[in-house]
Ligand binder design. Structure first.
Ligand SMILES: Cc1cc2nc3c(=O)[nH]c(=O)nc-3n(C[C@H](O)[C@H](O)[C@H](O)COP(=O)(O)OP(=O)(O)OC[C@H]3O[C@@H](n4cnc5c(N)ncnc54)[C@H](O)[C@@H]3O)c2cc1C
Length: 462
């Protein structure tokens, strides 16, 4: 049997290759590192996590990311298996020891006889005799391949900058000031209720910090002009520019936390850090993506009480992201309309995040394998988390009615992508639901519907 070629051994490509091999189809996985690097990857290992070590919420009842975790586990995802095997405590989130996680993915791929790993760049459009290809080259697709895809599609790939948060050495944090506590003491899977390090600020300290942030020197990029930031990932200085209170209502919100050193006084703002490696020696600053110059970052961040002597293992930065105008270019099975032997997966399709990229890789792999085996397969229904995401990418997103710049932007999975469900008015016991409880009940219903519909979709294939 002719192999399927997967280009890119990141989150999506590794998962796609794994799923193809599980279906009994041979696959060649092409990864350019270490021969050629990217601006963000630091190692040659497959499925490297370039920034945070978090796979986000693992709560399948109340969070769409938790639902997609659950669906991937049901579908024997390699990425989820390795994440579960290398979990570190992080409250209600699923965070991993980054080195252990990536090493486990690579070991599984290398041990799979149906997968051949080729360490080489595919420097342009794949050769014509590769009749089935999954392109999973991510936000930092090599320029030669990006050019090839751009020429084929006639669309210019949109570049913008993502933001990474600084990482601090744990033993440089001052615990006479900081304390450990998860918001609302939430333990979550693998957590203790005290997984985060919290650094409190009073009003004056907060105002001084905001002044310093606003005055600090930023990295200037010409390309930065018109950068379409999306609100979940704004650099802290951009948030501060939007309003002096914005950070206090965002990543620095003081809710659900009690200062262990001064329980009677509510902090005005709190900076949180989360464990970044299995050893517990490194902590990353949650939500502190920044484009401040490196020297400025260290100076400004050391104004945070508890971090006066912080040593940074890594400072924040900004990176390019390449992604297709997928709603126009891809069909419902993630194939390029202009050349259907090419299928896309991962962040290059316009999904956003490790989990979403791997999930799209999972489905792309299954679809490619089914096609090779001449079996009928549709993506999961849009009522599932994965189906909702793929539906959004391949057509769920509405283009702006007016001609102008393309409006399709990277998307995280969220309940807003799911087909609506009638908001419940009563709980299971017949009690009238009020306020936020109705929203929670709605999420639980969406989650239950997703579980049912995924099970039915899997059943259909048997
Ligand atoms: C700076 C930065 C920070 C980020 N932070 C986060 C975060 O905190 N949380 C989060 O969930 N997501 C984050 N993301 C997004 C994250 O990178 C992606 O969601 C995820 O890694 C995408 O998975 P992927 O498999 O599509 O791409 P990648 O994981 O990037 O994998 C693509 C692979 O393709 C290889 N490749 C590229 N071109 C070629 C070629 N021509 N031939 C062969 N191989 C090639 C690359 O070397 C790479 O290994 C960040 C992205 C960037 C750039």
């Amino acid at each position: 049997m002719q192999p399927i070629h997967v280009i890119g051994g990141g989150l999506a490509g590794s998962e796609a290759a794994w799923q193809i091999s599980r279906a009994g189809v041979p696959v060649v996985l092409h990864e350019m590192r270490p021969k050629r690097g990217t601006e963000a990857h630091r190692t040659s290992v497959l499925a490297e996590l370039v920034c945070s070590n978090s796979f986000r919420s693992d709560d399948a009842d109340n969070n769409a990311v938790g639902v997609i975790h659950r669906e991937m586990r049901v579908m024997q995802s390699l990425i989820m298996r390795c994440a579960d095997g290398h979990q570190v405590p992080a409250g209600g989130a699923l965070a991993v020891d980054r080195d252990g996680f990536s090493a486990a993915v690579e070991a599984a791929i290398l041990a799979e006889p149906l997968i051949t790993l080729e360490r080489e760049e595919v420097a342009g459009l794949p050769p014509r005799d590769w009749d089935s290809v999954v392109i999973a080259t991510g936000p930092l697709t090599s320029p030669a391949l990006a050019r090839g895809v751009g020429e084929l599609t006639g669309e210019t790939a949109l570049a913008f900058f993502d933001a990474i948060a600084p990482i601090v050495h744990f033993d440089s944090i001052d615990f006479d000031v900081a304390w450990r506590q998860s918001r609302y003491d939430k333990a979550g899977p693998g957590g203790t209720g005290a997984d985060y390090v919290n650094c409190p600020m009073n009003k004056q300290q907060y105002e001084t910090f905001i002044d310093a942030l606003l005055a600090a020197e930023k990295t200037e990029f010409r390309e930065f002009e018109g950068t379409p930031y999306f609100d979940g990932c704004l650099p802290i200085e951009v948030m501060a520019e939007r309003g002096r209170e914005t950070l206090r209502h965002g990543p620095m919100k003081p809710v659900g936390l009690t200062n262990a050193h001064n329980p009677g006084v509510k902090p005005w703002a709190v900076a949180q850090l989360r464990q970044d490696n299995a050893l517990g020696t490194l902590f990353n600053m949650v939500g502190f993506q920044t484009k401040l110059k490196y020297g400025e970052q260290a100076r400004v961040l050391r104004l945070i009480p508890g971090l006066e002597r912080a040593e940074f293992a890594r400072l924040g930065g900004l990176h390019r992201n390449t992604f297709l105008n997928s709603p126009r270019l891809l069909d419902g099975r993630l194939r390029l309309k202009a050349d259907p032997r090419l299928r896309f997966a991962g962040q290059i399709t316009g999904c956003e995040g490790y989990v979403e990229s791997a999930a799209v890789g999972l489905i792309a792999g299954r679809l490619a394998a089914a096609e090779r085996l001449a079996r009928a397969l549709e993506p999961p229904p849009a009522t599932t988390a994965i189906g909702a995401l793929i539906n959004h990418i391949t057509g769920g997103h509405l283009e702006a009615i007016d001609a102008g710049p393309r409006s399709f932007q990277p998307m995280n999975v969220n309940f807003g992508l799911f087909p609506p469900i009638e908001e419940p008015r009563f709980d299971e016991g017949g009690k009238k639901l009020r306020g936020p409880d109705r929203g929670f009940a709605r999420k639980r219903l969406l989650s239950a519907r997703a579980a049912r519909d995924l099970a039915a979709w899997i059943e259909q294939q048997n």
